[in-house]
Ligand binder design. Structure first.
Ligand code: GRE
Ligand code: ZN
Length: 327
C-alpha cells in the first residue's frame, strides 16, 4: 500500500537525546542516535522505500516529563516544539507535528498546546506518561483535578492527545527488581501506560470532556484484551470502591480512544483489537527509530485483513482524526 501515514515516530534534540540512551547497548546506540537526529535525509528515504507518505513526528521519551524543574521543562518543551515546527515547515507534505508539553505546570501546558496548534498547525500533543516533580512519591497523572482546565482546552482545540509510554521510576514497582528485562517496551511501558489510561477513564474525565480524543500506541497497551474482564468485575464492585465515571470502561474506550500499531506487528493482536474497537479506530504506526519502517510496512502491507480495513488503518483513519491534508 502506498502513501501510508504513520504517527508514533520520534526525533530528539540535544537536551533530550540522552533519555533514549539507556535502552540500547553501545553497538545499537550509534545507529539509534543517528536515526533520532536525522529527519532530513535518512527518514524521508525510509519513507520512500516503504510507501509511507506522511509521518506525524514527536519528541523522544520521557524527555519533558522527566524534568522535575518546571521552568526548565517549559523551556525544553518550547525549544523542541520550535525545532519541530521548522522540520514541518521544511517538509510540509511529509511531516506534521505533535507538541511536547510541560505538564509540570498545567497552565503552561495549556498555553503551549494552544501556541503549537494555532501558530504552527500542530495536529495534537504527545505526552510521555506521568510527570516527575522531584519527589519520587509524588508523580503527576493527568486524571488529577489540576488538569481539568487543560483538558477543557484540548477538547476545545479539537486535537488528539497521544499518551505515550515511559518507564516507572526505579523502585516504583518492586516486582521489576532483579528483572530489568521487564522494563521498557518488553512489558513496563504497556503496564504503566494502560494504568494511566484507565485512570483517565475511571476519574470521569470523559463525562466532563466527552469530546476528548486519546491515542494509545502498541495496539492499545494491552487494554483490548482485558476490556471484558475490567468491566465484568468493576460492574458488581461499584459500591465497594470509587469509580467516578458514569459509563463502563469499554464505553469510553470505544468512544474516546484511538489505537496505533506502533511496535506491535502481530496480526492476531490487530484482529483482536479490531474486534474490540473497530477498524475505524486503529491507525498504522512504526515507532521509529526504535523499530524499523521496512518491517512495519511489510507487515501491514501483507497482513491478512480486508483491503478496505488496510486502507482505513494504513491511511484513512489518520486523515480523518487529524484532519490532514494528505497527498
Ligand atoms: C519509545 O517508543 O519511546 C521507545 C523508547 C525506547 C525503546 C523503545 C521504544 O523510548 O519503543
Ligand atoms: Zn514511541
Amino acid at each position: 500500500m502506498q502513501n501510508k501515514i504513520a504517527l508514533e515516530e520520534h526525533f530528539a534534540i540535544d537536551a533530550t537525546i540522552g533519555d533514549s540512551r539507556v535502552f540500547f547497548g553501545e553497538h545499537l546506540w550509534t545507529e539509534v542516535k543517528s536515526r533520532l537526529l536525522d529527519t532530513d535525509d535518512r527518514l524521508p528515504r525510509e519513507m520512500d522505500a516503504h510507501g509511507v507518505g506522511m509521518m506525524l513526528l514527536s519528541l523522544n521519551a520521557p524527555a519533558v516529563q522527566a524534568i522535575a524543574n518546571k521552568r526548565r521543562a517549559i523551556a525544553v518543551a518550547r525549544e523542541a516544539n520550535d525545532l519541530l515546527a521548522e522540520k514541518v515547515r521544511k517538509h510540509p507534505s511529509r511531516y506534521a507535528g505533535f507538541a511536547a508539553l510541560p505538564m509540570q505546570d498545567p497552565d503552561a501546558a495549556t498555553i503551549e498546546i494552544e501556541r503549537c496548534v494555532k501558530e504552527f498547525g500542530f495536529v495534537g500533543a504527545l505526552v510521555n506518561g506521568f510527570t516527575e516533580t522531584g519527589d519520587s512519591k509524588k508523580l503527576l497523572y493527568y486524571d488529577l483535578p489540576q488538569y481539568r482546565a487543560f483538558w477543557k482546552k484540548v477538547e476545545a482545540l479539537d486535537v488528539p492527545f497521544y499518551l505515550h509510554p515511559r518507564n516507572p521510576l526505579p523502585g516504583q514497582i518492586p516486582g521489576y527488581e532483579g528483572h530489568n528485562w521487564l522494563l521498557g517496551p518488553n512489558w513496563a511501558f504497556n503496564a504503566e501506560t494502560s494504568v494511566h489510561a484507565l485512570r483517565l477513564i475511571g476519574s470521569g474525565l470523559f463525562d466532563e470532556c466527552p469530546g476528548l480524543k486519546i491515542v494509545l500506541g502498541h495496539l492499545g497497551e494491552g487494554i483490548p484484551a482485558q476490556l471484558w474482564r475490567i468491566d465484568g468485575r468493576n460492574g458488581w464492585m461499584k459500591e465497594r470502591h470509587r469509580y467516578a465515571a458514569k459509563g463502563s470502561v469499554a464505553d469510553y474506550f470505544r468512544k474516546n480512544f484511538w489505537l496505533t500499531t506502533s511496535g506491535n506487528y502481530s496480526t492476531s493482536t490487530l484482529v483482536q483489537a479490531m474486534a474490540e474497537v473497530g477498524a475505524g479506530r486503529i491507525m498504522f504506526s512504526v515507532d521509529w527509530p526504535f523499530e524499523d519502517v521496512g518491517q512495519a510496512c511489510s507487515w501491514i502491507d501483507e497482513a491478512k485483513i480486508s483491503e478496505s480495513d488496510r486502507m482505513q488503518i494504513g491511511r484513512e483513519n489518520a486523515i480523518k482524526l487529524f484532519k490532514l491534508k494528505a497527498n
